[in-house]
Ligand binder design. Structure first.
Ligand SMILES: O=C(O)CCC(=O)C(=O)O
Ligand SMILES: [Fe+2]
Length: 287
């Protein structure tokens, strides 16, 4: 059955700091995997990341992005590195905004913890023999041998005299590369997700929730059981919304560089590939 909307999953039982019996994880896993099979996205409520932590990361990012371009350019990725994975390596933080580094680091830690918990739940939902399987493939998050990243996005306002072209988007249609993405969005909206009928469904912001979505790697790993759904960000539709900026923060997980992505159902539908080679091939196709 194709889903016309994105389900909300109550993560309370296994929220950060919570543990629960295997039977509850089974139930949560089936519920989550059903959503991830149908539409590839779900909202998580009662996830355990405090709203203050999320708000701090949003407000310090905003402060950074509201600076003049010359200031921001001092921290831009070097053009030559955009084409390679080196671009993901650590760069300087702006020293005049210590709260940007501290708030993003706190969200990074919480995002790491929560994504591992989501992976546990998915392992139950997929009925994997080793329920720690995904956890073991993401042991190195936060080290140079794992490319997971936290990205703060800022969509500037659209000037009043700018002519929005037919079909123009704020962010083009794409699927994410890694196994799993956690997405924090502000209240502005505009994100749309393509369901299996090919219709775009709005992923309307729901206060207190985080969006979880599957990327190409987990689709490949599960031999197309869980789907990496295309998504995009619309331009503001009404003139009065043009002046509105939009923010989101995405925690993109990537498996440890040396992990082999091999169809879990043993179907061999896709050739086994090392996580880092998979990622490099996606980067070279994109850039
Ligand atoms: O800004 C958003 O809400 C989503 C951005 C996105 O899909 C991405 O960066 O992969
Ligand atoms: Fe995305």
């Amino acid at each position: 059955m194709n889903t016309l909307y994105i389900p909300v999953i109550d993560f309370q039982a296994y929220a950060l700091g919570q543990d629960c019996p295997a039977a509850d994880l089974d139930k949560l896993g089936s519920e989550m995997c059903k959503a991830l099979e149908d539409i590839g996205f779900c909202y998580l409520k009662n996830h355990g990341i405090s709203q203050d932590v999320i708000n701090d990361a949003f407000s310090s990012s905003r402060k950074f992005f509201m600076q003049p371009d010359e200031e921001k350019e001092k921290f831009a990725r070097s053009k030559s590195k955009i084409l390679t994975l080196d671009g993901l390596e650590k760069r300087e933080w702006p020293s005049h905004f210590p709260e940007l580094k501290s708030s993003m680091e706190i969200l990074w830690d919480k995002g790491t913890e929560l994504s591992l918990k989501v992976f546990d739940v998915i392992a139950y939902g997929l009925n994997l023999e080793d329920k720690q399987f995904f956890r073991k493939c993401h042991k190195l998050i936060g080290t140079p041998n794992n490319k997971s990243l936290l990205r703060s996005l800022f969509y500037p306002e659209i000037p009043a005299d700018y002519e929005i072209k037919e079909g123009q988007l704020r962010c083009g249609e794409h699927t994410d590369y890694g196994p799993l993405t956690l997405l924090f969005q502000d209240e502005v909206g505009g994100l749309e997700v393509r369901n299996q009928d090919g219709q775009f469904v709005p992923a309307t912001p729901i206060p207190g929730t985080i969006l979880v979505n599957i990327g190409d790697t987990l689709q490949r790993w599960t031999a197309d059981k869980l789907i990496a759904t295309k998504h995009r960000i619309l331009m503001p539709s009404a003139n009065m919304e043009r002046g509105q900026t939009r923010q989101s923060i995405a925690f993109f997980t990537f498996s440890d560089d040396d992990v082999m992505i091999e169809c879990l159902d043993k179907s061999n539908k896709y050739k086994p590939i090392k996580s880092i080679d998979n990622l490099n091939s996606k980067f070279s196709l994109t850039y």
